[in-house]
Design a binder for this molecule. Structure first.
Ligand code: PLP
Length: 351
């Protein structure tokens, strides 16, 4: 019998990409594993998944599938920019802090310009400052606003906030890219439709959550402005991001979309984070750092507590500021796991 390799602990709050595949994605993966089909995306699964995206987003967008989020973001930004252009993003943006320079690499040097903003959201005034700061030939010409929905600190842009940034971008001839690694979490939390949260609010291209939502691998890229997708397939191929057995990315995507699992998974993760936040708020000495709007809770903990929790085998990231702990919930997080973590926190703090 096969046994799983050892893990640090059966439960964790490190990231929604620690979890496995959800049953619906796995079911479609197995279904797609029958017979031979054409390679490189010329198969029925890929066609159906792309059509389902078009129907869910109520628009005739161009759809591509790649292996991961870094590739999705980097190749998309590269396709919107020439090497002498720049991309305006939040200082906490994943494209800036967690992609090892991939956007600059893929674009042959397009520069990221960092904007400020509370709660992980771009401040339109600061974005406009960066756009208008210089117009001479010595400054990398701003070409894209990149924003993350839901943000890196678990907050949401409202549709009005998106539209403000969209208007600003388009007024100055810039495009808008949305990093939607947690788009489904934002979608269910906002109560808006996929169209309202993207192209109707001025988003030109969306990199859409597969992995963190419950897939094994794979992100989708939706170009709402089809002209921006010209030659994008070549870019994917050159970057090693064209899966030859594409059906094993597109079929699980179809499983998420067709069964509604992507929304159920996101709603569940958000609900678990709500419960976790409630439990943490009942513990004196802990401070919740950002308004919790999706599936992550950010909490200020004493360093000794963090050390103790790590010693007990709990996995979580502490990368935002000093003492800021990120606790992430996923499609498979349970209330029992939360109770156990909260129990350990109370135990340590009570001593
Ligand atoms: C996880 C994540 C990504 C994608 O990361 P990969 O590890 O490359 O799949 C992109 N943006 C944000 C905000 C993320 O959290």
């Amino acid at each position: 019998m096969l046994t799983a390799p050892p893990t640090t602990r059966p439960i964790q709050f490190a990231s929604d990409n620690y979890s496995g595949m959800c049953p619906e994605a796995l079911e479609y993966l197995v279904k797609a594993n029958q017979g031979d089909v054409p390679a490189y995306g010329d198969d029925g699964w890929t066609q159906r998944a792309a059509d389902t995206f078009r129907s869910i987003f109520e628009t005739d967008c161009e759809v591509f599938f790649v292996f991961n989020g870094t590739a999705a973001n980097s190749l998309t930004l590269a396709s919107l920019c020439q090497s002498y252009h720049s991309v305006i993003c939040h200082e906490l943006a994943h494209v800036e802090t967690d992609e090892c320079g991939a956007p600059e690499f893929a674009s042959n040097g397009s520069k990221l310009l960092l904007a400020q903003g509370d709660q992980g959201k771009l401040d339109p005034a600061d974005v406009e400052r960066l756009i208008t700061k210089r117009s001479d030939i010595h400054y990398p010409k701003p070409k894209v606003i990149s924003l993350t929905q839901a943000t890196e600190v678990g907050t949401l842009y409202t549709t009005d906030e998106l539209a403000t940034l969209g208007d600003l971008a388009h007024r100055y001839g810039l495009k808008v890219h949305m990093d939607g690694a947690r788009f489904a979490n934002a979608l269910v939390a906002s109560g808006k439709t996929p169209a309202e949260l993207t192209w109707k609010a001025g988003i030109d291209v969306l990199c859409c959550c597969g992995t963190k939502n419950g897939m094994g691998v794979g992100e989708a890229i939706l170009f709402f402005d089809r002209t921006l997708a010209e030659d994008f397939a070549y870019r994917c191929k050159q970057a090693g991001q064209l899966a030859s057995k594409m059906r094993f990315i597109s079929a699980p995507w179809l499983g998420l979309l067709e069964t509604g699992a992507w929304l159920r998974n996101a709603a569940h993760a958000n609900r678990m984070a709500t419960y976790l936040e409630q439990q943490l708020r009942s513990i004196p000495g802990l401070e919740i750092l950002f308004p919790r709007q999706v599936n992550g809770v950010f909490v200020e903990m004493p360093p000794a507590l963090i050390d103790d929790l790590h010693r007990r085998g709990w996995a979580f990231y502490t990368f935002i500021g000093s003492g800021g702990v990120r606790l992430m919930c996923a499609w498979n997080t349970t209330t029992e796991a939360i109770d156990e973590l909260v129990g350990d926190i109370k135990d340590v703090m009570g001593r």
